[in-house]
Design a protein around this ligand. Structure first.
Ligand code: PGA
Length: 239
């Protein structure tokens, strides 16, 4: 399956980060870039200038969240329809940092469905807490999240497995734990869905993680802010 290397810039950056795609090009030439999908999910404010800057380099631009309604009295929100209308192609839904701020499985399902209705590919995040892993409940938790947060609308989806305790901590599950979870998710969602691993992916561990059979790419936070480290992770997906 064609790998997807997805950057999640979270609440980082500034308007002049539209220069990042050109920098990325220097680290990963077009011949290599064409073998995989590169995506940057930037703060929404920066995504439009970034979109025009990224076009020349075949880099997709996405968002980090959307509202499930197309429009309405929802102060501070942005709809999947607006994102799609602006030319974005992906949206992250249900990131654990948003689930922690009270976003439920049903919210995630509605957002992912809205994304598909408007032609965006949702990247649906799932993952267990440390306490849940230590209690041996990781697979059960992820199964329940999948059951309730998958969209009701047909179309291309991506699933990102991000153990909460691995995000931004420098800790990762063992390769065999990642492999077991991805096999579990594959059984639940079937073939043809790209499964990303996320949580402290760095150039140093990317090769091992991306070589796992049911890992079809990565969702990267901290290491995606610098184009050199993002490109090293992308290269690891190709080898
Ligand atoms: P991290 O974040 O790579 O900084 O751990 C991943 C994510 O939150 O998507």
């Amino acid at each position: 399956m064609r790998p997807l290397i997805a950057a999640n810039w979270k609440m980082h950056g500034s308007l002049d980060w539209d220069q990042k795609p050109a920098k990325f090009d220097k680290f990963l030439p077009a011949s290599k870039r064409q073998q995989l999908d590169i995506l940057i999910c930037a703060p929404t404010l920066y995504s439009v200038p970034l979109l025009s800057a990224a076009k020349a380099y075949d880099i997709h631009i996405g968002a980090q969240n959307c509202h499930s309604a197309d429009s309405g009295a929802h102060t501070g929100e942005i709809s999947a329809k607006m994102l799609a209308g602006a030319g974005l192609s992906y949206v992250i839904t249900g990131h654990s940092e948003r689930r922690a701020a009270a976003e439920t499985d049903i919210d995630v399902q509605e957002k992912a469905s809205a994304a598909l209705r408007h032609g965006l590919t949702p990247i649906i995040c799932v993952g267990e807490s440390l306490a849940e892993r230590e209690a041996g409940q990781a697979m059960q938790i992820v199964s329940a999240q999948l059951k309730h947060s998958l969209p009701t609308h047909d179309g291309e989806i991506v699933i990102a497995y991000e153990p909460i305790w691995a995000i931004g901590t420098g800790k990762t599950p063992t390769l065999s734990d990642i492999s077991a979870m991805h096999d579990h998710i594959r059984t639940a969602v079937g073939e043809g869905v790209r499964l990303l691993y996320g949580g402290s992916v760095k150039p140093a561990n990317a090769k091992g993680i991306l070589a796992i059979e049911n890992v079809n790419g990565a969702l990267i936070g901290g290491a995606s802010l610098e184009m050199e480290s993002l490109s090293l992770i992308a290269k690891a997906a190709l080898s």
